[in-house]
Write a protein that binds this ligand. Structure first.
Ligand code: FES
Length: 85
């Protein structure tokens, strides 16, 4: 299980996790298809949802986010990628 991975705003979550060896599923990398969606287990920050896949209501719930384009505006988050060893 990968943990404590810092994400730079330039590369985003999906690319950073992939480079760290986490199997990520993604396709469009534009926030349209939703294949990269990950679960948000907890966060002490604000999620900056930049996708067009989730509805505004779903974005407000902060239960899932598109890892290709969305990011944390502040703080930290624990996410579930669905990746299991
Ligand atoms: S890869 Fe399509 S929404 Fe992220």
């Amino acid at each position: 299980m990968a943990s404590g991975i810092g994400v730079t705003p330039i590369f985003g979550i999906a690319r950073t996790l992939t480079e760290a060896g986490v199997d990520m599923i993604f396709d469009c990398q534009r926030g349209k298809c939703g294949l990269c969606a990950v679960g948000i287990i907890e966060t002490d920050g604000q999620i900056d949802h930049r996708d067009v896949f989730f509805s505004e209501e779903e974005k407000h719930e902060n239960k899932r986010m598109c890892a290709c384009v969305s990011r944390l505006a502040s703080g930290k988050a624990v996410i579930d990628t669905g990746y299991r060893i």
